[in-house]
Design a protein around this ligand. Structure first.
Ligand SMILES: O=c1ccn([C@H]2C[C@H](O)[C@@H](CO)O2)c(=O)[nH]1
Length: 159
């Protein structure tokens, strides 16, 4: 995790090349003895942090963790917040589309407006996960763009 504001420029222009570089760096740490297919993901958080993750496989194949799993874990462990811009790369460092399950993971923390780096350009997540199921379906007061604040679920509300 890197503190903000880089690579998001102060003025709002986002440095996608720097974000892809962060994803490539994460990809270089992937643990992929079974598929041999490393993946790295990186995203900007609404406070300017950059979070990233790599895939981590397991001898029990189905337990393997996608790069996006590591990314959202780092997001939450480093203070939470909302994902605003996301990219994912394969072992060649080329843009990779997140798998379906990971689009749902990203939706939880970025919502429909999160911008995604795709083979067809930068698109909102709403175009990559249309008609999504999300926190809003579970009623008012659930996490979302307006839901982060005093009502945000935290340790004080557990147990
Ligand atoms: O969005 C994706 C898609 C695939 N993988 C990983 C899972 C597995 O380790 C490898 C091959 O499927 O790629 C990710 O990390 N993210």
């Amino acid at each position: 995790m890197t503190p903000g504001p880089a690579p998001a420029a102060e003025a709002g222009a986002v440095d996608w090349a720097a974000l892809r570089e962060a994803a490539r760096d994460a990809m270089s740490h992937a643990y992929v003895p079974y598929s041999g297919y490393p993946v790295g993901a990186a995203a900007l958080v609404d406070d300017g942090r950059t979070v990233s993750g790599c895939n981590v496989e397991n001898a029990s194949y189905g337990l393997s963790l996608c790069a996006e799993c590591g990314l959202v874990s780092q997001l939450q462990a480093s203070g939470g917040g909302r994902l605003t811009h996301f990219t994912c790369v394969d072992g060649n460092g080329d843009v990779l589309m997140p798998c379906g399950r990971c689009r749902q993971l990203l939706y939880e923390f970025g919502g429909p407006a999160m911008l995604l780096d795709t083979e067809a350009g930068v698109l909102p997540l709403s175009e990559m996960l249309p008609l999504a199921f999300g926190p809003q379906k579970l009623g008012p007061g659930k996490p979302g763009p307006e839901g982060f604040g005093p009502e945000r679920p935290g340790p004080e509300k557990l147990g």
